[in-house]
Design a protein around this ligand. Sequence first.
Ligand SMILES: NC(=O)c1ccc[n+]([C@@H]2O[C@H](COP(=O)([O-])OP(=O)(O)OC[C@H]3O[C@@H](n4cnc5c(N)ncnc54)[C@H](OP(=O)(O)O)[C@@H]3O)[C@@H](O)[C@H]2O)c1
Length: 288
Amino acid sequence: MNWTPDSMPGLTGKAAVVTGANSGIGMPTALELAKHGAHVVVAARSPERGKATVAQIQRDVPGAQVEYGHLDLADLASVREFAAGVGTVDLLINNAGVLTGARQETKDGFEMQFGTNHLGHFALTGLLLPKLLARPGARVVTVSSDAHAAGKLDFDNLDLKHGYGRFSAYGRSKLANLLFMLELKRRAEKAGADLISVATHPGVTATNIVKLGPFQFLMGIFMKSAAAGAVPSLYAATSPDIRGGEFIGPKLKRLTPSQAARSEELAGRLWNVSTELTGVTFNEIAYS
Ligand SMILES: NC(=O)c1ccc[n+]([C@@H]2O[C@H](COP(=O)([O-])OP(=O)(O)OC[C@H]3O[C@@H](n4cnc5c(N)ncnc54)[C@H](OP(=O)(O)O)[C@@H]3O)[C@@H](O)[C@H]2O)c1
């Protein structure tokens, strides 16, 4: 498709939150949104890296409306504090992600990849929902991956204390991202809410998540730049052609989520478990 970030509409008057905006795909996502006039919150867990990104965007885009917001998705108290401090939000880009080697836990005791990539974003979206619903045409873009296809959800082993593998844990978290995106779409639709929920797979992109993993030798050979990796997110966040529930991949192709990701039963179960684990209820779009 012949679409580039230059095709984006003007975003003056829109407010965006980009998680993990201090590096990789999140950085050019935040930069382009700011370039097109959006007010952008660079949501990052490191004040140093987050503020450096704000300064970089201000250098690249004179007059950019961009600010740092402290957000550690691996800490639900931090997610709550961050969400409470957000003013208005039209575009929420759930972009941050981790691929940890050895098994780790979040501050609240969840397996790190599931806790950060899924539960942190689940809680953030639910806490920002009233603010999103106050804005016409609000969108939630959840960055998943084609790695979701290898993911399996075993509700009896959610903490992965048995049989942890970094790629299976990553695939599971990316499957959860897609199940969440589709369930959010169904619930928003049923409630008649003006909200688009959409997901992306950026394609294999040369970023830290890859640099720190076993495929680093491929960096710069087969991998696209972070700016190219941000294109599906930018398209999903701003194109008038987007419909809720779509999964946008490289070259902006509509991808088909795996059979597990399309399971409404699995999505409903994950939603209920995520609500129990985070205490975030999405009352505005709850099934009655
Ligand atoms: N690169 C690829 O090939 C590829 C392919 C498919 C999908 N993806 C997805 O793309 C998204 C962006 O990743 P990337 O490739 O740009 O990798 P990246 O450069 O490692 O960026 C990940 C971002 O997430 C942030 N983050 C990690 N843990 C966090 C936490 N607890 N709280 C807040 N922020 C946190 C990181 O912050 P720090 O700088 O502090 O670590 C960083 O800003 C991820 O969801 C990833 O799963 C990437």
